[in-house]
Design a protein around this ligand. Structure first.
Ligand code: CU
Length: 379
């Protein structure tokens, strides 16, 4: 049976709707925020500067194999599937990314909601394979979960699971209290969404994006928090190209087949030996070796970093040089991310300059999971 969402939704939203009556009224009123998001395939460049902007050289011997195509792996270029935001249901005009959000790179559009809102995503699949949008944190019924598995639901509740190429689906995600920041947290909670049709393959192909939920008492009309000056979202995204849904096509177009290698390629197959590591792209928002642009802030600003990871067998240790953050009620400069983990870290930078920001897992650092962030002086 596919339940009607209305009674459950009213139940979920009741605490928010009652707030004004209790005299601690929200700054805004609940609304439905609609996003038009398409999955599309692009040729992605993991290092558009063509050089390491950290070591300031056109690749040393450690870096070069990761950005150069070789047997059974791609280099700088790969076909990726990404989420892109359009202005309306015609899906003809892209919503431009402002300089402030240029750093998002390969990630999908930032979706925002305020506790009590409903996020509505009109999704169009322009990729060459079935895909979906599966959210974390927010409320969804079975027709908006975006993940195929045997859950006892009928066909109507499964149209979201694997949207065929050329088709669409509208996902409805109410934002209840439990999707917002809890007592003692800051003004926002951080979530993500990703394709969960072929979960591992789709995320490795690039279908992943961020979502921020703001507490109503701190929400501006555009759902941004009123007590933060600068928000940054950084995905510690490991793309295992051999486990990408687009792997075969990538290998033919951007990689190389070893001499004499003719068998039909098996999904996830890789050469055995040291070459296999070169199929892993250890990126920050899709960029290697300092190529992530736009991580900028002003000295003394209230900066909120939102960090997230991707889906492989990986942990990450984000490390900020030059400044400290407050994360999970702890002052630190190294945080921890599990696979698909999410983290909010607040920084009030007191130290202007260009500072290294990198993963402290040693192989990841060598493989390119590093960037710089820029703090401009207050005066
Ligand atoms: Cu890492």
């Amino acid at each position: 049976m596919h339940r009607s969402p209305a009674p459950r939704l009213l139940q979920l939203l009741a605490p928010v709707l009652l707030l004004p009556a209790l005299g601690c009224g929200p700054a805004t009123t609940p609304e439905t925020r609609t996003y038009y998001v398409a999955a599309e395939e692009v040729t992605w460049d993991y290092a558009p500067a063509g050089r390491s902007l950290i070591s300031n050289e056109e690749w040393n011997d450690v870096q070069r194999p990761f950005v150069t195509a070789g047997d059974m792996h791609v280099g700088r270029l790969a076909r990726k599937a990404i989420y892109r935001e359009y202005t309306d249901s015609t899906f003809t005009t892209l919503v431009p990314r402002t300089p402030e959000w240029e750093h998002l790179g390969i990630m999908g559009p930032l979706l925002r909601g305020v506790v009590g809102d409903t996020i509505r995503v009109v999704f169009l699949n322009r990729a060459s394979f079935p895909a979906s949008m599966h959210p974390h944190g927010v409320f969804y019924l079975k027709d908006s979960e975006g993940a195929p598995y045997e859950d006892g639901t009928d066909d109507a509740a499964r149209r979201d699971d694997a949207v065929p190429p050329g088709s669409g689906h509208t996902y409805i995600w109410p934002v209840p209290e439990r999707a917002g920041p809890s007592h003692g947290e800051g003004s926002t909670a951080f979530w993500m969404y990703h394709s969960h049709t072929t979960e591992v393959g789709d995320v490795n192909a690039g279908l992943i994006g961020p979502m921020i939920v703001t507490a109503r008492a701190h929400a501006r009309a555009d759902a941004t928090p009123d007590d933060v000056d600068r928000e940054l979202v950084v995905g510690f995204l490991e793309f295992d190209e051999t486990n990408s849904t687009l792997w075969r096509e990538n290998l033919r177009t951007y990689g190389k087949l070893p001499a004499g290698y003719t068998p039909d390629l098996v999904f996830g197959e890789r050469v055995v030996g040291p070459e296999s590591q070169y199929a892993f792209k250890e990126t920050l928002n899709g960029f290697l070796y300092g190529n992530t642009p736009g991580l900028t802030m002003r000295q003394g600003a209230r900066v909120r970093w939102y960090l997230m990871a991707s889906t492989n067998f990986e942990i990450h240790a984000p490390h900020w040089h030059g400044n400290t953050v407050l994360a999970s009620h702890m002052t630190t400069d190294v945080a921890a991310l599990l696979p698909m983990g999410m983290l909010v870290a607040d920084m009030v930078p007191d130290n202007p300059g260009r500072w290294l920001f990198h993963c402290h897992v040693a192989p990841h650092l060598l493989m390119g999971m590093e960037a710089t962030y820029e703090v401009t002086p207050a005066s």
